[in-house]
Design a protein around this ligand. Structure first.
Ligand code: IPM
Ligand code: MN
Length: 354
């Protein structure tokens, strides 16, 4: 029997709707496998700004430090998007990643057989699509020195990487490739950017220690195209913070919807933050129609990486696959003319398969 303390940060928009279902999924897994999971909730994002003035209150960090893992919904929304605002929900997200040293963000992307017929790309291109993005999460242009415009008319951001930052995330990617199909694509912009020439040189040096992994180096612009023209070729993809952010949203088209994709943010230990890669979707918030799958699959990653409960993680992932095979569809993945399920109904269809 495993015991675990899980901190839930529902956040903004559809965040609370999907975290409710993911917590319920974990409760059911605990019940079925005889584990004891304790849940706590705390504030983060726009809702935290409204109540405390800060996107990431100290109380939330303290509770996170006492937890084994954090399950996070989404942050942000139009209410807090004024470009002149001094505090933003997204700052809380960047702070919490940095606070816990979560430098490796794993984003698995696959094409579900049940969904390829109605995907935006040709079904034959999608066959066998199964890739893992490893996104550098605590460095790069997100965390480099910046100058806001203030009342002036110029501003800048800095893309900075040290070899150590590149090395530790690339190590995670190489090891993941060894456990998968043995292929790694490293994405950079080495033809233009100094930080990206360091990136490529570091990956090339590291590759010497992983003779069993086949490595390709792609410029980010070309990679954006290759992801759509030969998606099934990719196995593990490692990239810096911003490039991987952009490419993983692009890759969500392969999965059928942004609402399908989970993520795990990890550091050197087992603690992690688990969140879907989608945002707070303010346009559909409060309607009960959001797709809970990205969040529920994030809960499966929590079982796998923070709690080392592989069988439980697979049980939950298989329940999602079987629900999809059985025809369960929320609006974002329903073919035209089909009556779509609500968030709760989709979650129930998954729980029924568990
Ligand atoms: C993500 C999001 C965040 C990011 C935003 C909300 C700051 O897009 O997790 O992918 O850019 O990292
Ligand atoms: Mn993103």
């Amino acid at each position: 029997m495993a015991t675990a303390k899980i901190l839930v940060l529902p956040g903004d928009g559809i965040g609370p709707e999907v975290t409710t279902q993911a917590s319920e999924a974990l409760r059911r897994v605990a019940q079925r496998f005889g584990h004891d999971f304790r849940f706590e909730e705390a504030l983060m994002g726009g809702v935290a700004i409204d109540r405390t003035g800060e996107p990431l209150p100290a109380d939330t960090l303290r509770r996170g430090e006492q937890a084994d893992a954090i399950l996070m919904g989404a942050v942000g929304g139009p209410k807090w998007s004024d470009p002149n605002a001094s505090v933003r929900p997204e700052q809380g997200l960047l702070q919490i990643r940095q606070h816990f040293g979560l430098f490796a963000n794993l984003r698995p992307v696959k094409a579900w057989p049940a969904l390829v017929q109605h995907a935006p790309l040709r079904p034959d291109l999608l066959e066998g699509v199964d890739m893992l993005f490893v996104r550098e999460l605590t460095g790069g242009i997100y965390f480099g020195e910046r100058q806001e415009a203030g009342s002036g008319d110029s501003a800048y951001d800095t893309m900075f990487y040290s070899a150590d930052e590149v090395k530790r995330v690339t190590d995670v990617a190489f090891r993941a490739a060894q456990g998968r199909r043995g292929k790694l694509a490293s994405i950079d912009k080495a033809n233009v950017l100094a930080s990206m020439r360091l990136w490529r040189r570091t990956v090339m040096t590291l590759a010497e220690g992983y003779g069993d992994v086949e490595v390709e180096h792609l410029l980010v612009d070309a990679a954006a195209m290759h992801l759509l023209t030969r998606p099934a070729d990719f196995d593990v993809i490692v990239a810096g913070n911003m490039f991987a952010d952009i490419l993983s949203d692009e890759a969500s088209v392969l999965a059928g919807s942004l609402g399908m994709l989970p993520s795990a943010s990890l550091g050197t230990g087992t603690f992690g933050i688990y969140e879907p890669i989608h945002g707070s979707a303010p346009d559909i918030a409060g309607k009960g129609i959001a797709n809970p799958i990205g969040m529920i699959l994030s809960a499966a990653l929590l079982l796998r990486y923070s709690l080392q409960l592989e069988a439980e993680a697979q049980a939950l992932e298989e329940a999602v696959t079987r629900a999809l095979d059985g025809g369960a569809r929320t609006a974002d993945i329903a073919p035209p003319g089909m009556a779509a399920m609500r968030t709760e109904e989709m979650a129930q269809a998954i729980f029924d398969q568990l």
